[in-house]
Design a protein around this ligand. Structure first.
Ligand code: ADP
Ligand code: MG
Length: 294
């Protein structure tokens, strides 16, 4: 079986993750094939065979395009179905809210900015509030805003720059939880302590970064929320970010797919890439078995 790994050139995260998956494939007896999204064309792409697998590590539209070219009903992947793999879903909070899952209260405004809408949203959420600008990672683009004046000036700027952003309620929290779901179970979970002079748990503050993260065992209620939050997105893999609110409630912050897997191994010792490759092998074998039956 071949595992086609869609990766990004010159990215430290991509190459670290690629190494983990390459090792996992080696251990599990699968062939690891890297496909770069940059510069790929429909002519240059390989053709996966029945029972092979496609795994995307890179984010962005170019990587998605490559993924859609490689996928077919005959290939294993980490979506709930081939049909799902073709679709673009809205942000997770839109779906989670409708299904009654506990999200961070969130609003959006499409450009051009309406001052009335900004004022109204601020009135509902109160200050401070949080702007989440899409496209960032590791806390970049998560901005605390303390006043209406600050909010107007920032939303004007973001709309002029055609940035896509959300306005969220500020959730006081001492810890954020990262759970990694593979299939229908939580494969690994840890919590991250919020550092000094910072509200974003995932930002390095120069303190003992290793000591900030520790294995976390979810209460059954939180486990149910985490599993459902990924399942309703149609994913078989998800890095779920949850804020443990100081009010005692859980708040789903986001679902990451694909998600960073190197920190998980450092903190929990759990080899998620290996679990993923095993799952893909099972799915690939099921496709071949079904083909042989018919
Ligand atoms: N609404 C919020 N209120 C308070 N803190 C937040 C809020 N949203 C995000 N954060 C903090 O910022 C961190 C990063 O947020 P997240 O949405 O996971 O973005 P990213 O992963 O892109 O950095 C969270 O772990 C949390 O500590
Ligand atoms: Mg996050």
């Amino acid at each position: 079986m071949k595992v086609y790994f869609i990766s990004k050139k010159n990215s430290e995260r991509s190459s670290t993750t690629a190494r983990l998956f390459e090792e996992a494939c080696h251990t599990e007896g699968a062939d690891f094939v890297t496909v770069f999204a940059e510069g790929a064309s429909s002519l240059s792409l390989p053709s996966p065979e029945k029972g092979d697998a496609v795994l995307r590590e890179a984010t962005g539209s170019a990587a998605r395009r490559v993924e859609r070219s490689l996928l077919s009903p005959q290939v294993a992947h980490l979506y709930s179905s081939y049909e799902r793999s073709l679709l673009s879903y809205p942000a997770s909070f839109v779906i989670h809210e409708k299904l009654g899952l506990p999200i961070i209260p969130t609003h959006y405004i499409n450009a051009p900015v309406s001052r009335t809408a900004v004022r109204e949203i601020a009135g509902l959420l109160g200050f401070p509030l949080v702007l989440k600008i899409m496209g960032g990672m590791k806390g970049v683009g998560i901005i605390q805003v303390d006043s209406l004046e600050g909010l107007f000036s920032l939303t004007d700027y973001l709309c002029a720059e055609e940035k896509h952003f959300y306005i969220r309620k500020y959730v006081p929290h001492g810890y954020a939880v990262r759970a990694v779901v593979v299939g229908s179970r939580i494969a690994a979970c840890y919590r991250v302590k919020v550092g000094t002079d910072e509200f974003r748990a995932n930002v390095a503050t120069g303190e003992d970064e290793r000591g900030k993260r520790e294995v976390y065992h979810c209460a059954p209620e939180l486990e149910r929320i985490i599993l459902q939050s990924v399942q309703v997105m149609g994913y078989e893999l998800g890095g779920v970010d949850i804020l443990l609110g100081e009010d005692g409630n859980f708040y789903i912050s986001e679902i990451n797919f694909p998600c960073d897997l190197s920190i998980v191994k450092e903190v929990t010792g759990i080899d998620i890439p290996r679990e993923i490759v095993r799952r893909l092998k099972e799915k690939g074998a099921a496709i071949l078995a079904e083909a042989n039956e018919t």
